[in-house]
Design a protein around this ligand. Structure first.
Ligand SMILES: [Zn+2]
Length: 198
């Protein structure tokens, strides 16, 4: 089975963030989190860790450029169709945002007509997150009509890794190496559990 990884939104090209919105407020110390950049950092570390374990990975977007969702989906579906003997499951990595800066917590999303596999993987991810972040709100598995979940032709989940609009979660988890590494490790763990790999 091959793992498809999708880092949400665009990255940074010559200091220019490629996606409008999708960033934290500018905090009092002048720092700011750009979701697409953080998603890429997480996905890039996750790719390395999975490959170390001999797990095959397909990166849906390995450049800093932003891509329309339809473009992402067509790249993913093309990969799947051109390898009919390979099974795939996909994970899209994001962080959440809300106008109320008090909103916080972690969640995982599947489409309403999701396959058993995506439900199983989502539940595994949720359980591991809860264990590793016991002091954070866990929103669990949510059903949503997200474009990438609905239109990809393999099981797919989307993780919303805390709220970049919440100062504590943003600065203590998303903007720290230890926080990002923990998110990566949990993704590695639930992927391995799903694949039945130690
Ligand atoms: Zn996002």
């Amino acid at each position: 089975m091959k793992i498809i990884l999708d880092a949400g939104h665009g990255g940074m090209i010559d200091g220019v963030y490629q996606t409008s919105g999708k960033r934290s407020p500018i905090w009092d110390d002048g720092s700011q989190y750009f979701e697409g950049v953080g998603n890429r950092q997480i996905v890039s570390k996750l790719t390395d860790e999975l490959k170390k374990k001999g797990i095959e990975v397909f990166n849906a977007n390995d450049s800093e450029k932003d891509m329309k969702l339809s473009e992402r989906v067509s790249i993913i579906n093309k990969e799947i169709k051109s390898n009919p003997d390979t099974e795939y499951i996909g994970i899209s990595v994001h962080s959440n945002a809300f106008h109320d800066v008090r909103a916080n917590g972690w969640s995982v999303h599947v489409s309403p007509n999701s396959s058993v596999d995506s439900m199983v993987m989502a539940e595994m991810s949720s359980k591991k997150m809860k264990k590793e972040f016991p002091d954070h709100v866990m929103r669990g598995v949510k059903t949503d009509n997200f474009y990438i979940l609905k239109n990809t032709i393999c099981p797919f989940i989307l993780t919303e890794n805390f709220f970049m609009t919440n100062e504590k979660e943003c600065k203590e988890i998303l903007m720290t190496k230890s926080g990002q590494d923990k998110i990566v490790k949990i993704h590695v763990d639930f992927i391995c559990e799903f694949l039945g790999i130690e």
